[in-house]
Design a protein around this ligand. Structure first.
Ligand SMILES: Cc1cc2nc3c(=O)[nH]c(=O)nc-3n(C[C@H](O)[C@H](O)[C@H](O)COP(=O)(O)OP(=O)(O)OC[C@H]3O[C@@H](n4cnc5c(N)ncnc54)[C@H](O)[C@@H]3O)c2cc1C
Length: 492
């Protein structure tokens, strides 16, 4: 599919335009270019490859996986992007591949809500002076927080206009003085709000009240991928023609074909393209579309929110912290609150992961990696003054990395949740996939994966309808006979 002779490009694309049904029957199989080798792109590419399409995957980075990035520089796997499977159950579209690979999961919460990916009893929270918050108080405020959110639901019914979750919480306090808290109770409540901001990778004053709970959570709780997500990515990518270091700059769509140009000027032509680059990349207009994308698609790109969450991974010589899953610092406001995931619980390695989100993550991304690691360590020293210095660290930059420009998408105040669907809807022979095109599972790995399969199926139907060869190819979804392999879930 690669057009090596640049002077020949026009002819190549015209040739695609001129395909007739008759010619096509005797021609090679349909072709597709998949842009992006994250979960969505690889799922789509794998499915179409298995359905006898010619598939080329163009990936800008020098690695596959996108926002799933397992690093091995500590001598063991650490995920700098996604690390949980949200919804450890057979309905999860990734369950069969994870199960077949025999990959263990560590359940951090059995809760099926978007708020608690860790059980309340697995936290150890401290104030800024290092005093531990009594566990009963942590649980009690956790329950109150849920009640407050239920009250915000009444506001949603009452007001036709949307508002931010932060505004809604303030209004609940105005109406229900019995919920007002001060001192340590207020700080613990801020910590819960901070965790909620972490889930959306955004600050509470930008998260839509109308849509914050539109996401569907699969049952089975939240399972941490103990050996990292890389084996799953490698399995999907096996045997595919993936061109690393191919940054797409232009996509030309014609009636019967697409021409895709990468940074160094090389072009690729195919019957269709599946675009899976992150929302942040689409927003930045790094990729030009000819003709322009329709207005409804451009509006969806503009009006969907993209949040930031990062990981600062600290590797220590030994374990000196309490044997809990989450260590947190409560404070007057969410910006000052923080938390560390204790990977030692799940993996046995002496590692803590500091996870800033929203404005805090944005601010930390401006620092050098060393300063960011020292900031995280400074937070740890607040609660554990005798903490020994980390021996190694890793810092992610999802907000400024030109290949992501954000961590995952969310609903902005006043914007419709349908925008996710609009981002997904194909434009002729351009198909769109990726976490931000998932109506129900936005911002997740399984969401990205299922949109990849959906785009592949849409693409297969369209291309084959056009050439009248539907019967020749297998459907791309549901073709894997679901082998029932139980997921290996544990909690130490
Ligand atoms: C810190 C963090 C923690 C997360 N935690 C979880 C979690 O625990 N569980 C969970 O389910 N989800 C989590 N997520 C979300 C999850 O990682 C994403 O939803 C999912 O990986 C997105 O997959 P995707 O295929 O849509 O996009 P991506 O994985 O971003 O794939 C897009 C690909 O396009 C490539 N690309 C970009 N620009 C171009 C270009 N111009 N030309 C060619 N290629 C290009 C990129 O390099 C990338 O490989 C987390 C994300 C982050 C950042």
């Amino acid at each position: 599919m690669e057009s090596r002779d640049k002077s020949n490009n026009n002819r190549q694309i015209q040739r695609a335009n001129c395909y007739s049904v008759a010619e096509r029957r005797h021609d090679s199989s349909p072709s597709v270019i998949v842009i992006g080798a994250g979960f969505a792109g690889l799922a789509a590419a794998r499915a179409l490859y298995d359905a006898s399409f010619q598939v080329v995957v163009l990936e800008s980075r020098d690695r596959i996986g996108g926002r799933v990035h397992t690093d091995y520089s500590f001598g063991f796997p650490v995920d700098l992007g996604a690390s949980w499977l949200h919804g450890v159950c057979d309905e999860n579209p990734l369950a069969s591949v994870i199960g077949r690979l025999g990959l263990p999961l560590y359940r951090t919460s059995g809760d099926n809500s978007v708020l608690y990916d860790h059980d309340l009893e697995s936290y150890a929270l401290f104030d800024m002076d290092g005093n531990q918050v009594p566990q009963e108080l942590v649980s009690e405020i956790g329950v109150t927080f849920e009640e407050i959110l239920k009250e915000t639901d009444k506001l949603r019914q009452e007001f036709t206009e949307d508002m931010s979750i932060q505004r809604a919480v303030s209004m609940v306090f105005e109406r229900r003085p019995d919920f007002r808290m001060d001192g340590i109770r207020h700080k613990v409540l801020q910590w819960y709000l901070c965790r909620m901001e972490g889930w959306f990778a955004a600050d509470a004053d930008t998260i839509s009240l109308k849509s914050w709970d539109q996401e569907v959570l699969l049952p089975g709780g939240h399972g941490l991928m103990v050996r990292g997500y890389r084996p799953v990515i490698n399995t999907l990518a096996k045997g595919l023609d993936i061109r690393l270091g191919h940054r797409v700059k232009k996509v030309v769509r014609r009636y019967n074909g697409v021409k895709v140009t990468v940074e160094d000027g090389r072009t690729f032509v195919a019957d269709a393209a599946i675009i899976t680059v992150p929302l942040g990349v689409l927003k930045s207009n790094q990729i030009s579309f000819e003709p322009r994308l329709p207005e409804w698609k451009e509006t969806a790109i503009k009006d969907l929110g993209i949040g930031i969450e990062n990981k600062i991974v600290l590797h220590f010589g030994d374990v000196f912290w309490p044997n809990v899953e989450f260590l947190g610092i409560v404070a007057d406001n969410t910006y000052k609150c923080s938390y560390f995931l204790n990977l030692h619980k799940a993996t046995g390695h002496p590692v803590l992961v500091y996870m800033p989100a929203g404005q805090l993550a944005r601010d930390i991304e401006k620092m050098t990696d060393e300063d960011a690691a020292m900031l995280a360590f400074g937070e740890l020293k607040r609660i554990l003054p005798n903490a020994s210095e980390p021996v190694q660290y890793l810092v992610s930059h999802w907000g400024t990395d030109i290949n992501s420009l954000g961590s995952y998408s969310y609903d902005l105040v006043g914007k419709s949740h349908d925008l996710f669907e609009r981002l997904r809807v194909p434009v002729d022979n351009l198909f769109f996939a990726g976490e931000a095109t998932s109506l129900n599972y936005t911002g997740s790995v399984h969401g990205a994966y299922s949109t990849g399969l959906m785009a592949a199926e849409d693409c297969r139907m369209r291309v084959l309808e056009r050439y009248g060869e539907l019967d020749l190819f297998h459907p791309v979804m549901g073709e894997d006979t679901p082998v029932s392999v139980p997921l290996l879930i544990s909690r130490m």
